[in-house]
Write a protein that binds this ligand. Structure first.
Ligand SMILES: [Zn+2]
Length: 283
């Protein structure tokens, strides 16, 4: 990457140890390396875990993702823990595509952005040649799947990487919340995800979160949108909504909590969402 000495960027955790090796060790699904991305001497494989069962109804395929922002690791760990310990309780009844870490260089550097300074959640659907974006878009295009739901695990907390959007550490709302994109109000599950949390988990009650309307932990799109950056539709959830689903969620835990708590909240949300979808199909 021109102008960036990636090898001078401090490494805070290991993508190989935390993501690649665990994925390759489990044989529940098919590990697919859909591309790789290079920064200096670092070469990161971009990985998906695919659970595709021809006997499962096609309209119950889900997409679960994490690590779009590299300094939000609980989503990555939660997705991996879910794959290791719980996925097999679902994969006989639903198909699953899992992208555990979309931004490996940010994950290793513990930065929101990639090692060449790109916020991936502002580049989807823009024709960007950023390799993580192009690779994910091409992979999804090859799959040609409509997802019943997409779940993207994020975290919220103080960062110095959002200054260009006018966000400082003081703007960070306390507690967790979810963005839900679903036009049909009857099919929304955001409220159920918040209700599934134990009382010890603080839910964000701020009426406005980064310009969007928050109703006790649920930011319900399209009507809640007030944030001009999200209005551009260049986040991963908006891209998925445009192309591959009619129901996309972005789930946010607080980076001020312990890692264990953050992971547990994401796992509760993933499990609750999948249970609701299975129940809906039975009815
Ligand atoms: Zn994020």
């Amino acid at each position: 990457m021109s102008g960036i000495d990636a090898d001078s960027i401090p490494i805070r955790r290991s993508y190989e140890r935390d993501v690649v090796q665990p994925l390759k060790k489990w044989n529940g699904g098919l590990v697919t390396e859909f591309n790789n991305v290079t920064y200096g001497s670092h070469v990161y494989p971009l990985l998906a875990m695919e659970y595709l069962n021809v006997f499962v109804p096609k309209n119950s395929t889900v997409l679960i993702s994490g690590g779009v922002h590299g300094d939000e690791p609980a989503g990555v760990y939660a997705v991996l823990d879910f794959l290791r310990e719980e996925a097999d309780q679902y994969t006989d009844r639903m198909n699953m595509i899992v992208l555990p870490c979309i931004n490996p260089s940010g994950f290793e550097a513990n930065k929101r952005k990639t090692m060449n300074g790109k916020d991936l959640n502002r580049l989807f659907g823009t024709g960007s040649d950023q390799p993580e974006i192009r690779s994910a878009e091409e992979y999804l295009a090859r799959l040609q799947m409509r997802f019943r739901i997409t779940l993207d695990c994020h975290e919220d907390g103080p960062t110095d990487e959002m200054a260009e959007e006018g966000v400082t550490g003081a703007d960070v709302p306390p507690g967790c919340y979810v963005y839900e994109n679903m036009v049909d109000t009857k099919r929304r599950i955001g409220r159920a995800l918040i209700h599934a949390l134990p009382p010890s988990v603080e839910v964000c009650t701020a009426p406005i979160v980064y310009g969007d309307t928050n109703d006790q932990g649920v930011i319900a799109y399209p009507e809640a949108n007030g944030n001009p950056f999200y209005a551009k539709g260049t986040s991963f959830d908006a891209y998925l909504l445009d192309h591959w689903t009619d129901h996309s969620l972005t789930m946010e835990t607080s980076m001020l909590w312990s890692m264990e708590k953050r992971i547990e909240v994401h796992r509760t949300w993933i499990r609750t969402a999948l249970d609701l979808i299975l129940r809906e199909r039975v009815q």
